[in-house]
Design a protein around this ligand. Structure first.
Ligand code: DPM
Length: 358
């Protein structure tokens, strides 16, 4: 192994590799990076890992809704700069924060097994025991996700929705210490990783709120040309999660949606079948286009020979059947085309315009 990996001479004269992992400074980002670090440590005990923490634009701008900040790679830019300058070798992200196309030179080298991908309700302590159905009318729910607000406004018209920003710690504080929100909606996966599972009072199933593309999965971003690191992290790929997330990302990409449009998905792998449900919503949820399609993703052991040939929506997975990856990507594109034929473009364009004007 050579390339960009730095070597380090240890006291006993043995040379070992040092791999530097870039992370945002938020507690969730640190926890996510540490969990990937410990997986790598188990698999490669000889490797030395160094963690480099940085702040990103998304962490600095805390008072504006995510969907209103015109920066596409909000949480990723500074980390990618560090990757490009060879200051770090690996960056761990929540997959849902990674755009469907990455800048040239970067790729997702691993997608780890997905946590619970659903959204969860966290109640103000005074509302303990209630649900979105039983909260008093006009209760204010905190979320700045257009996707969550659109679906929940339609499903629970008696409730009101307001933006809430900040990292998970800040949001829970805003919920508990003030009287502004009756409840907030957060991804179950983030709450679980933070050790706050006990605050989850309700998990929202697909009939209430479908999740975001890639939600609940961790992704490892690396330099696309760094074969050593790519090979090293590829063993972290969780095949079912990879197939689901490739179909979800292809769906979003074909719709030309970013991380701030009201688009939601639901996927399942059953045997050799991959099922994808995808939907687009108007901001108030009144207009909705939704459909389900499936494809066969049988593993045929035919893996790709070259990294270039095997990139699907920015994911490099040379150790997974290329025909299964192709089928998953095609499924996402086909489903998007079905919705585009029914007018999805108009719904998304209007949602974008209205959101920009707010
Ligand atoms: C993206 C969205 C949100 C994050 C939009 C969406 C939520 C924004 C908000 C693309 N990224 O979901 O519709 O509530 O204002 C984010 C979280 C996690 C990763 C936190 C959360 C943790 C879960 C995971 C923010 N990114 O969604 O509660 O790893 O999937």
């Amino acid at each position: 192994m050579s390339g960009n990996v730095s070597l380090c001479q240890e006291g006993d004269g043995k040379v070992s590799r040092v791999i530097r992992m870039g992370t945002r400074k938020s507690q969730l980002a640190r926890i996510q990076t540490d969990s990937v670090a410990s997986r790598l440590k188990e698999l490669y005990p000889e490797v030395q890992l160094e963690i480099v923490a940085m702040s990103t634009i998304g962490d600095k701008i805390l008072d504006t809704a995510l969907s209103k900040i015109g920066e596409k790679s909000l949480f990723t830019k500074e980390l990618e700069n560090a990757l490009e300058r060879n200051e770090v070798d690996i960056v761990v992200h929540s997959l849902k924060d990674l755009p469907t196309s990455l800048p040239t030179g970067f790729t997702i080298g691993a997608i780890l097994q997905r946590e619970n991908p659903h959204d969860a309700v966290v109640l103000h302590p005074k509302n303990a025991g209630l649900t979105l159905d039983s909260l008093p009318g006009k209760s204010v729910i905190g979320t700045s996700s257009l996707r969550r607000a659109a679906q929940l406004k339609k499903r629970f018209p008696q409730l009101e929705f307001e933006n809430i920003r900040g990292n998970l710690n800040t949001r829970l504080k805003k919920l508990d210490e003030k009287d502004d929100y009756a409840a907030i909606i957060l991804a179950a996966a983030g709450l679980k990783r933070m050790g706050w599972e006990n605050r989850i009072s309700q998990i929202l199933g697909p009939e209430d709120c479908m999740y975001a593309v890639g939600q609940g999965a961790l992704a490892v971003e690396v330099r696309a040309q760094d074969r050593d690191i790519l090979e090293m992290v590829s063993v972290l790929h969780h095949p079912d999660t990879v197939l689901r997330c490739i179909s979800e990302r292809a769906f979003l990409k074909q719709l030309e949606g970013g991380c701030s449009v009201p688009v939601a998905v639901h996927t399942e792998v059953k045997g050799s079948m991959l099922y994808l449900t995808g939907a687009v919503y108007s901001l108030d949820g009144a207009d909705c286009l939704k459909d389900t399609m499936q494809t066969c993703v049988e593993i045929d052991n035919k893996v790709s020979e070259s990294a270039q040939e095997c990139v699907h929506v920015a994911v490099t997975a040379n150790n997974i059947s290329s025909s299964a990856l192709d089928a998953a990507e095609k499924l996402g594109m086909d489903l998007a085309n079905v919705l585009l034929n029914k007018g999805a473009k108009d719904i998304l364009t209007t949602a974008r315009k209205l959101n920009d004007a707010r």
